[in-house]
Design a binder for this molecule. Structure first.
Ligand code: 2AM
Ligand code: CA
Ligand code: CA
Ligand code: CA
Length: 260
């Protein structure tokens, strides 16, 4: 298939809509739940079957691309040359298992290392956020305006519970300087909140598949995404990432620097 932003955007949206329709049914079914690193790191049969489906669609549509994915059905990707797809089949698996909402499926596409197209489906709300720097950002068929460049004291923020509880990187001070903390438990749902201007910053330790789609969409919407040491994010490793309005990211980077 053609490698244009428009074609790949349509391709990604079609896959995510199909995934969303089947996950809405799956969330009512019994799940086989397994743990990975610890008792709160879950994987279900649906994470695996969804990833297998997405990977097979990508291999069919773009056989020359490479795939970085969470549950192990992708490729062993060593560099960002050409077309690289990042797949998180179910983001917020704990929410999927315990709540049946506030979970997402995400596909981020990079061309020669550059953010190209991103797609995040908020499954239970049936909303697909998609697009990129070339196309602009859409929620389903509606083009979204860029979020306002708010400051930390003007907005709600989201930081992973683990980071706040341990006060890692001065996170308690950052929370105190904001309008308040929210912890939604799904990177995809939090990126949705950033794109809609409902939250002004997200800070968490993220793997490449947690970050890839959200980064494309945030940068396409005039938001900033950076690693915590103020260097560009590396899409082939896990790292602490700050995403948010330009004003908030610069405030947070200053607070983080004061932490030692
Ligand atoms: P997941 O559900 O796809 O695993 C809150 O837990 C968010 O952080 C979710 O988006 C979750 O994605 C992700 N997450 C959970 N554990 C993680 C880890 N050890 N490293 C990076 N991201 C993680
Ligand atoms: Ca996981
Ligand atoms: Ca994830
Ligand atoms: Ca996942």
């Amino acid at each position: 298939m053609e490698i244009t932003a428009k074609t790949i955007d349509k391709f990604v949206v079609n896959i995510l809509e199909e995934v969303g329709n089947s996950l809405i049914i799956d969330t009512t079914k019994d799940k086989l739940v397994d743990t990975k690193r610890d008792r709160n790191d879950l994987v279900t049969n649906f994470d695996k079957s969804t990833e297998k489906f997405i990977v097979s669609m990508i291999k069919e549509g773009y056989p020359n691309s490479t795939i970085v994915s969470e549950e192990g059905f992708g490729d062993d990707v060593k560099n960002m040359d050409g077309l690289v797809f990042f797949v998180d089949p179910i983001d917020g698996t704990m929410n999927f298992v315990k709540r049946g909402d506030d979970f997402a499926s995400m596909i981020g596409v990079y061309l020669d290392g550059k953010p190209f197209v991103g797609g995040i489906i908020d499954v239970m709300q049936k909303r697909v956020f998609h697009g990129g720097p070339e196309l602009g950002i859409y929620c389903n068929d509606k083009k979204l305006p860029n979020p306002q460049n708010k400051s930390l004291r003007e907005g709600l923020i989201d930081i992973s519970a683990r980071m706040v509880l341990s006060d890692w990187l001065n996170t308690k001070e950052i929370v105190k300087n904001s309008s308040g903390l929210r912890v939604y438990g799904s990177a995809g749902i939090i990126f949705e909140h950033l794109l809609l201007g409902k939250e002004v910053m997200y800070m968490s330790y993220l793997a490449p598949w947690d970050l890839a789609a959200g980064r494309v969409l945030c940068e396409g919407a005039g938001l900033q995404v950076t690693s915590v040491d103020d260097t560009p994010v590396n899409m082939l490793k896990s790292q602490v990432v700050i995403a948010g309005t330009q004003k908030v990211v610069s405030e947070v980077l200053k607070t983080v620097k004061n932490c030692d």
